[in-house]
Design a protein. Sequence first.
Lengths: 664, 573
Amino acid sequence: MNESLLTAPCCRQCRHTPSTPCSDLIECIDHGPVCHDDDGCRDERARRLARARRGGDGMVLFVGAGTCGRANGALTVIAKMEAYLQHRGLDVPIVETGCVGYCQREVFVDLVTADGVRLSYCDLGPDTVDEFLEAVFGRRELHNRFLLGRYDDPDGLYGDVPPLAETPFFARQTKVVLANCGVVDPASLDAALAAGGFRAAATALVTMTPEEVCDELIASGLRGRGGAGFPTGRKWKVALEQPRPQKYLICNADEGDPGAFMDRAVLESDPFRVVEGMVVAAYAIGATKGYVYCRAEYPLAVERLREAIRQCRAAGLLGRNILGSLTDFDITIKMGAGAFVCGEETAILASIEGGRGMPRPRPPYPAVSGLHGCPTVLNNVETLANVPAVVNGGAEWFAGLGCGDAAGTKVFALSGRIRNTGLVEVPVGIPLREVVYGIGGGAPAGHHIKAVQIGGPSGGCIPDELLDVPTDYGTLQELGAMMGSGGMVVMDERSCMVDVAKFFMEFIRNESCGKCTPCREGTTRMLEILTEFTERPVGDDLRRLERFRGILHLEELAETVKETSLCGLGQSAANPVLSTLRFFRDEYEAHIMESVCPAGACQGLRMYDIDPEVCTGCTLCAKNCPSGAIIGKRKFAHAIIVDRCTGCGACADACPKQAVLAVA
Amino acid sequence: MSITINGREIEATAGETVLQVARRAGIEIPHLCSLDWAPSPSASCRLCVVEVEGAPRLQTSCTLEARDGLSVQTHTPRVLKARRAILELLVASHPQDCLSCARGGDCELAGLASDLGVRRRRYVGAVKHHPADISSPALWRDPDKCVLCGRCVTMCHDVQGIGAIDFVGRGFKTRVAPGFSLGLNVSDCVFCGQCARVCPTGAIVERDQVDDVVAALADPDITVVAQVAPAVPATLLEGHSKSEGVRTMLERLAASLKRVGFDAVFDTGFAADLTIMEEGSELLDRIVHGGVLPMFTSCSPAWVHYVETHRPELIPHLSTCKSPQQMAGALIKEIYPAYAGVDRDKLVVVSIMPCTAKKFEAQDLTGVDYVLTTRELEHLWGRFGVDFAHATEQTPLDPPFSEASGAGRLFAGSGGVMEAALRTAHKLVAGKELAGDPKITEARGLDGVRRFTVSAGEAELGLAVVNGLGRVRDTIDELLNADPPVHFVEVMSCPGGCVGGGGQPYDTDAAAIKERLQRLYEVDRRSRTRRSHENSEVQSLYEDLLGRPLGEVSHRLLHRTYTDRRRGDVAAV
């Protein structure tokens, strides 16, 4: 059933139905009806569009209910709102949206006022929603402490409210991919259509040849946003030129990097943009079947995408003869079972084919021989979400968005020790410092940033003093990091860089598919060496010697793993080690030579001492010590047996007199 | 086209990999995962990396296809360093119990460690620890020794089409295991042993029965006799002078076996001839009396086990004939005690086979006590200090099972049973011998499926030869419903037939299999008798004991029944 009013016929003269699609469908939404001239129909269509754009008649509430919003209690907020509105007898629809990007300040609630201006409120939660509702609907105070900014206000009704786009977090961003995220109802095709959706699909399918679409993409300079950064248009062209009749398109939504969540946000907040990008891509390469390979850990993304696909099918935007063209295309969602390596393109192919998700050597590249041996294009979610913008805005506009040679925008996920966590979209090539300090707000008060980890387990750490470099593919690679999918984890002086390297190495060790020797065995050995560094040397001389030999082994292993691994996962597995060794060698040396963790983060190197002057002999420390390392008689000062102490700090936490002190 | 390897220009054909070209030119590039039979390279071991002119990264030569102008260096310092580093990683997690390993002295990993100069264990850390699996009657697994090259998985999945084992787990915990990590005995394994044949280490080996045989030989009260499968002498000829034939090798083998204490040595080829008499008659009987057709051969125990476990509904199609090993075993136990004046209860029959599935068959049926693979034969020589390569002594094989026709010897290769059967069937149907050279070209070769028809008298016989279990899955249903109908199907489980069996030497590659087949064709061509029914020992056996094919005694001794062994819910086991 097609519940989309914008794609429904306006009268009997309208010939369009989902099964007999019309090439003017999209044109009709904006300027319809095209095929007949009727003022009534024109008014009706305009009315439908205005309503879809606004979200409803009268007042409307939008609640940011992506995963980040829900984690902050968005569903409770909605329930409380519903109860309140019912109690007050108010008929105000509540629309769930995705994430506007400012995750730090979720839950976001937007209010479309009766005069049609959309105000944005944030920092809401289950505890504060009542206060908000009472302020807005009780006291009619639209200006309250939750108000952050406003959207378009053509009549200047709310001149004293800052436009949201000019507030510090958003001011330096350029929203292309995220334009609709957190703004438009992700569960409504009409909302997507009203916000400009499927204009690119109509342009491409109705007015361009597949070659022209590929050429447009090549000219735009769009590069894969999933990590490797291969030029998207060139990949498409290779697939287009393959003579095989059956071709596939796969959207890679197996986002697994720790600290990366842009694909999730896009799928949750604007799934129709991804579907549209896929329709254009499928047309450009001649694919009739598409898959979205999405990790099962993203249930909300899968749910919203599934709904989007269903609505697109019902409206004839997926299926046979899309928009009256000869293009047939449909999408199947395939859920990954939680293997990180299944983000690697050949592993995805194996997984979709029903095999074990293990990479295979390339060539042949998937664009030549991919799924079931057929030409297959794999693009990341963000890449595909860029496609409509490229077609709509044109290659020249898109290329001009970036800084310098780089084209377009990139979404980064800011997390870690930073004031503003969230998703930010900036021109590719913008200096890193601009992102971290300008948008992210720098380190929390009283701390200073030490490094930024970019690119997840395949990336590297860039120290604070180098943050002025541009965020483009080449520069980041030179610094031993990589654009990756765009995860940015910010670290301050409390983070230990050896510990960070260990964290990522452990991640890779656990997630290696086990196929090729260097990755499977090499990451195990590197992790063992790093673990050795972060623990106090105990035991025999051999083990102590290993600590010193370890640094030599580590560098050699890193080289071997990098040079000889089968897939990108292994080839980049050593990057966290290599980049921290490069910029923070002194920290490694402190761990190895002096058995000291300068940041105090490595538990295994922490040591505690009890001040006998302060200790009252209450025995609490001894009772809480998990390793029996504390001795002492009741009412007498206690002492720590260093060899038994694991450095967990339970004694320090338990001591009521602060007599347990960390040393070194 | 030509490529340059280490400065030498070498001819190459399109589709060839650098690894293959180099090997042809006598440049050995170390590798653990590459396999002749793999449909596509797995490129998992990474040992075969080479430097390619103009490429920044090292590349694996097993995936690098020859192209004009390609120039590679195979043994530069950079390459050697990378290879050694990789091998050191493999060694680091290996249990290194080489002294007590089944592959001791014959291990590819140890050989490479020696070649690449790995002289110490560089990394101190975790080693693998997984439980061993000795549940199978044919194949034992020790995952700790596994280097995860994936050859066994390739053989099991891609070549044999069984899929009994696969990679399990991630990262350092990755291992190869049957479904649900249960024992091989309850898996889909059909015991073909191709996994063991290609394993570079001792991670999958045949269940070793050398000790049992040695114990029997040591017991003075026990009479130990051996039967030798036709594939074994054809294999042992490798590296010997071209003039030496299968028959001479068989007699040398007999002499050495007697030296270590065997009381008699028989030719399983004799039982192959007998199988033809029975199976050919059974086929005619089925055709004439409207029995279940097509009839499948039952010589290959892994194929029989495949039918019993995977497709039990096909059991009525299987010939009821025992395999030659079991026919020989049954007859030895029936006749030999009286013939040689020994106690039947004190008679031990050892068969020497190219096959691991025969070990299962020996446990399932009663004719044979122990099965030694071609590889275990080496260990037997080692136990008794026999320098077989230089042993020149020859002894004729022992009556009453000393003789095999050329047709019987062909059993060791794919299409051999078919060819032998047709030679005899022609006589049975048409009443006269095939004119001229009885060679049947259509049955020969290494193609996966070979279909043809022959006219015998009025009848047109539809025939098919399936080479390797890998082709069974996609062919068998088509053969069942073929029009015009197929009457007789030969299935050999292993690539090339028994000469490529799971118990064959580790260095068996596609070229070796071809050579062995040639030796079989050669011994057939030079045989005095080339048809099973001409075997004089077979003729007298029918006169003295069996009466006629498919007779009552035949049924008791030479035929068998089958069991539906379909796996239930394995997870519930």
